[in-house]
Write a protein that binds this ligand. Structure first.
Ligand code: PLP
Length: 382
């Protein structure tokens, strides 16, 4: 089917909530994508940090092939080994508590919001301006962006949005606060790392009133910043974290991971999801985990991230290069125009998070040569 035919179907039959680029991808491998005309593209977006293991990683493909012919779904009324193994690994690699599976990032945050409210009934939830936590009602209510929230009012009550500063968080937290929810690096608003002072203030404020500190690691987790979880490069340990995106190696799965204090807040009947943690997605996630929980790979992510940022700083027309590991943002005069030029003329897939910011989220298996290639394409498009 031609691209024009696909666009006609979109126009007639798809609710127009996405602005798609006029490209049909048909195959992927590592950091490469091929379109329907057989043209190769370099992918520095990874499906927005989903393909951390790269496209069609052989270990993920093998695990899915093996599992899909054996057992795909049972519900959580029964045991399956892939989900149990994954929960054990997620908890052991991070907060040492317990795990609840869901199907996406926004659902992971919904679970976290319900959990902290149950832990501290009717408590307020403090969130940060510039944060993004998802599109369903709870997560949207935690996403203080006028353009995203306003058409859907009234939202869920009990959220308080403050500027991302230590002083503002400290002032906002009181005895009636159930939680502070934040991203250690605000991704959707343009890759803005929060400073340690803010994270330490949030930790102290939560401890002062018995509130939960929850880190949304949906974009920053699964090795993206050069450690398995981004909080591991900060002086702060949260009480719970949420994961999705890169967790499933390309398949949809999310998770809420708690520390010991919140591990038994939910009891049977409090929350659930038919598909969550099914054996197929959990098998894919276990295979992705094997790839990403590797000190050598994580060290390479840190090194390549440094190289990428250093070299971007040397390019004319690029300002405010920032990020950690292979989560990188930089400012340019007209980011949407540059992203379009990169895609159409340079065959480099990136994303503009706003009018002035380009975000790079390459697969974590990217090679140094591919980083050089991407830099050359950015330089040419500038
Ligand atoms: N939280 C963060 C930090 C995200 O970056 C995203 C997605 O971009 C979400 C939550 C929502 O995840 P999903 O699109 O899987 O619902």
């Amino acid at each position: 089917m031609s691209l024009t035919a696909l666009q006609a179907i979109e126009s007639d039959h798809l609710i127009p909530n996405y602005a798609r680029q006029p490209v049909e991808f048909v195959r992927g491998e590592g950091a490469r994508l091929w379109d329907a005309d057989g043209v190769e593209h370099l992918d520095f977006l990874s499906g927005i940090s989903v393909l951390n293991v790269g496209h069609c990683h052989p270990a993920v493909v093998a695990a899915v092939r093996e599992q899909v012919g054996r057992l795909t779904h049972t519900t959580n009324l029964f045991y399956t080994e892939p989900a149990m193994r994954l929960a054990q690994r997620l908890a052991a690699s991070s907060l040492g508590g317990k795990v609840m599976f869901v199907n996406s990032g926004t659902e992971a945050n919904e679970a976290a919001l319900k959990l902290v409210r149950k832990a501290k009934p009717r408590g307020e939830i403090v969130v940060l301006r510039g944060g993004f936590h998802g599109r369903t009602y709870g997560s949207l209510s935690a996403t203080p962006q006028e353009s995203k929230q306003a058409p859907f009012a009234p939202l869920v009550p009990g959220f308080v949005a403050v500027e991302p500063t230590a002083a503002a968080v400290t002032a906002a937290v009181h005895d009636g606060t159930a939680a502070v929810l934040l991203e250690t690096i605000q991704g959707e608003s343009g890759v803005h790392p929060l400073d340690d002072e803010l994270l330490l203030a949030a930790r102290a404020a939560c401890d002062r009133v018995g509130a939960a500190l929850v880190f949304d690691e949906i974009q920053t987790g699964m090795g993206r910043t050069g450690t398995l979880w981004s909080y591991q490069q900060t002086p702060v340990v949260p009480d719970a974290l949420t994961s999705a995106k890169g967790l499933g190696g390309g398949l949809p799965i999310g998770a809420l991971v708690t520390g010991p204090r919140l591990a038994d807040v939910f009891q049977p009947g409090d929350h659930g999801s038919t598909f969550a943690g099914g054996p197929l997605v959990a098998a894919a996630a276990n295979a992705a985990f094997d790839v990403l929980d590797d000190p050598a790979l994580l060290a390479r992510v840190r090194d390549l991230g440094e190289l990428l940022r250093e070299r971007l700083e040397g390019l004319d027309g690029v300002a405010n290069v920032r990020g950690r590991g292979l989560m990188v943002g930089f400012d340019v005069a007209d980011a949407p125009a540059l992203a379009t030029r990169l895609l159409r003329e340079q065959r480099l897939v990136v994303n503009a998070t706003g009018p002035g910011t380009i975000r790079l989220l390459p697969p974590l298996v990217v090679g140094a040569e591919e980083v050089e290639e991407a830099l050359a394409r950015v330089a040419a498009a500038l």
